[in-house]
Design a protein around this ligand. Structure first.
Ligand code: AMP
Ligand code: FE
Ligand code: FE
Ligand code: ZN
Length: 280
């Protein structure tokens, strides 16, 4: 049993890195990748805990990118995972993550103002207390529930925070090409996160994946908690057609995704072995 997609409280999970490592050990996971949004702080903190627990810990990241349309416009939001099989990435990559975090903080400031214009009073301090360096919309959602502006996390997204909702504010995001290039240059393997979220339509998914393969994408996440068994078969087949590596994980967020258990997606151990093989 392995899980290659998890979040700690360094981004939008609720488990500390130590708690996540201990939970992985307790359920007998053979390997765990921490793939926080825009930060390696959780992975860095988990390294000694994993050594103590005898757990195979993989350095990962999840980055929000944009896949531009040929016809122009803003394009699609695409999450990109990156795996660094030989420990961490280069210092240049870490510096780039800091740049992304600054862009996020600027977005959060504007989001606070926009929410205020709709009568929702949340301060940047409150948000950053929950999310620290990578405070994001899930933290806004939690505070909105706690303060009674909405009754559920999803309602916060539907009414205010989602891309189609009234308080949505844009953030400068790197292009998918740039994300792929940065991860590869830093010694990592990029993998398309939860591709099932991009479209419900197979022809569209085939077109999007072909486009990304053209940008140098070497892997996709066929196994994910959002994918049912026919989705998994479809993405395995798509990966085979393009000669892509396959990754998988739960996308565990602790209490921020209630009901989703660590290690609950059946990810073959061979996924990790192949990733490592590709790195040699
Ligand atoms: P951020 O990186 O701060 O823009 O927040 C992105 C995160 O918010 C995603 O990883 C999801 O966990 C969550 N999210 C974004 N849009 C939605 C939505 N429409 N419904 C529920 N969760 C969402
Ligand atoms: Fe998340
Ligand atoms: Fe994601
Ligand atoms: Zn994730």
């Amino acid at each position: 049993m392995i899980d290659l997609h998890t979040h700690t409280d360094a981004s939008d999970g609720t488990y500390t890195p130590e708690e996540l490592v201990n939970a992985a050990r307790d359920i007998g996971l053979e390997a765990l990748a921490i793939s926080d949004h825009d930060t390696l702080a959780g992975y860095d903190r988990a390294v000694p805990a994993a050594a103590a627990a005898g757990l195979d810990l993989v350095c990962g990241i999840e980055i929000s990118t944009r896949l531009r349309h040929a016809r122009g416009g803003r394009g699609k939001s695409v999450h990109l995972l990156g795996y660094f099989l030989n420990g961490g990435p280069t210092p240049e990559f870490r510096a780039w993550l800091e740049e992304l975090q600054r862009g996020r903080r600027d977005r959060n400031r504007r989001l606070v103002e926009r929410l205020r214009s709709f009568g929702v009073n949340i301060s940047l301090e409150e948000v950053e207390q929950l999310g620290r360096s990578v405070a994001g919309r899930p933290h806004f959602a939690r505070i909105m529930v706690a303060k009674g502006y909405v009754s559920r996390l999803q309602e916060a997204f539907d009414l205010f925070l989602g891309e189609a909702a009234k308080a949505y504010v844009r953030r400068d995001e790197p292009s998918l090409e740039e994300g792929v290039r940065r991860i590869r240059d830093a010694g990592g393997t990029p993998s398309l996160a939860h591709p099932g979220r991009l479209s419900n339509d197979h022809a569209t998914l085939e077109r999007l994946v072909a486009q990304m393969v053209g940008f140098g994408l070497p892997a996709l996440e066929a196994y994910h908690s959002d994918h049912n068994s026919s989705d998994v078969a479809f993405f395995q087949d798509l990966a085979r057609q393009h000669g892509l590596l396959v990754t998988g994980g739960t996308d565990f967020h602790g209490g921020n995704k209630p009901g989703l258990e660590l290690g609950s997606v059946n990810v073959p151990r061979a996924c990790l072995d192949s990733l490592r093989e590709a790195h040699r």
